[in-house]
Design a protein around this ligand. Structure first.
Ligand SMILES: Nc1ncnc2c1ncn2[C@@H]1O[C@H](COP(=O)(O)OP(=O)(O)OP(=O)(O)O)[C@@H](O)[C@H]1O
Ligand SMILES: [Mg+2]
Length: 221
């Protein structure tokens, strides 16, 4: 599903260049659940952002199925993201002025789903995440675990095949984090592809495969 060949991401650090990713090649199969580990600053988020079309590689080739993402123009990249990618972030990235319901509805509005169908999908997702009784609340009125459930409901609403999560349990206590990992496991069992950045060995152990990045390079785990 995902094929990266020799991906380099270069940033300007003052007057010298710095490779946040330094020749990363990897394949991720359809339906795999992959953990990305590595020290702070090693390039994990940079890698996830490139896979998610949020950021462009400086060099190398990124194929998503038969789509060459590295060759895309900005406008096409936006459509690629909208149609293929779901993100879950450490700090949830919910919109505080929208209710739980409205937050989950956002990707469906972007995908031009009609209002009746939207309601059905939003309520299904909220039920599956066990927060259907929280629909009218605002994110600041929820616990951390509930906020992360809401963010996952939003990510799942669009029914994309690829779910990318940047430290989804990083802001949660251990038992809530475990519950969230159970949900990711279920998502994987439904056939979705999941890539999770984590600092937590327990989280990584629940994945099918662990990728480790050090100084912008993949290393053996
Ligand atoms: N926009 C940017 N401009 C310049 N340097 C950047 C930029 N974004 C990231 N970097 C640098 O690239 C390197 C990799 O950053 P990245 O965010 O991918 O690390 P990470 O592995 O996700 O770390 P953490 O575990 O702390 O989240 C870091 O040294 C960072 O300072
Ligand atoms: Mg990061």
């Amino acid at each position: 599903m995902i094929q990266l060949k020799n991906i380099v991401k270069t940033y300007d650090a003052g007057n010298r260049k710095f490779n946040a990713l330094d020749g990363v090649s990897l394949d991720i199969q359809d339906g795999e659940m992959v953990a990305v580990m590595g020290p702070s600053g090693s390039g994990k988020s940079t890698l996830l952002n490139i896979i998610g079309g949020m950021d462009m590689a400086t060099e190398g080739e990124y194929m998503y199925d038969d789509i060459n993402v590295t060759k895309m123009k900005n406008k096409d990249l936006h459509i690629f993201r909208r149609d293929n990618i779901s993100f879950v972030f450490q700090h949830f990235a919910l919109m505080n002025r929208y209710t739980v319901y409205e937050n989950v509805e956002v990707p469906l509005i972007a995908a031009h789903v009609n209002p009746l169908k939207r309601k059905e999908i939003v309520m299904n997702q909220l039920e599956r995440l066990g927060i259907e009784d929280q629909v009218k609340k605002y994110p600041t009125q929820l616990s951390g675990g509930q906020q992360q459930r809401c963010a996952i409901a939003r990510a799942l609403a669009a029914n994309h095949r690829l779910i990318l999560a940047d430290e989804p349990t990083g802001a949660l206590d251990v038992s809530t984090g475990n519950e969230i990992m159970e949900i990711f496991r279920e998502i994987k069992d439904e056939g979705k592809t999941v890539v999770i950045i984590t600092h937590d060995n327990g989280v990584a152990a629940k994945c099918d495969r662990i990728l480790k990045i050090v100084d912008g390079k993949l290393t053996k785990v």
